[in-house]
Design a protein around this ligand. Structure first.
Ligand SMILES: [Zn+2]
Length: 101
């Protein structure tokens, strides 16, 4: 079942092998060979290893769009945040306390 875009509301979410984006998004090739992106800019990449510690799945994106949160192996939490450039916000788990040598 299609999931509505949380940004524009009238597009539906589409996935590629690298990201989820909105059906109202289009990329056009300009006469000079460059590309311009038009329409809704909602996009979440699956590769979140750098900060979150793992790849996320299309199911994870759906969970977040529906208001849930997902968890990484190190207990970091990720939620949707439409004010962020990445459309997600990570709440980092507290660092483990250091022990005496
Ligand atoms: Zn949209």
């Amino acid at each position: 079942m299609a999931v509505n875009c949380p940004i524009c509301g009238n597009g539906t979410l589409k996935k590629s092998d690298k990201y989820v984006c909105c059906s109202n998004h289009s990329v056009e090739k300009n006469e000079d060979g460059s590309f311009s992106e038009n329409g809704c800019g909602f996009k979440i990449f699956f590769d979140q290893k750098k900060y979150f510690g793992r790849m996320i799945t299309p199911g994870d994106v759906k969970t977040m769009v529906e208001g849930g949160e997902i968890t990484s192996p190190k207990k970091h939490k990720m939620r949707l945040d439409l004010t962020s450039n990445f459309f997600t916000r990570i709440e980092f788990a507290p660092k483990a306390e250091l022990e005496d040598l």
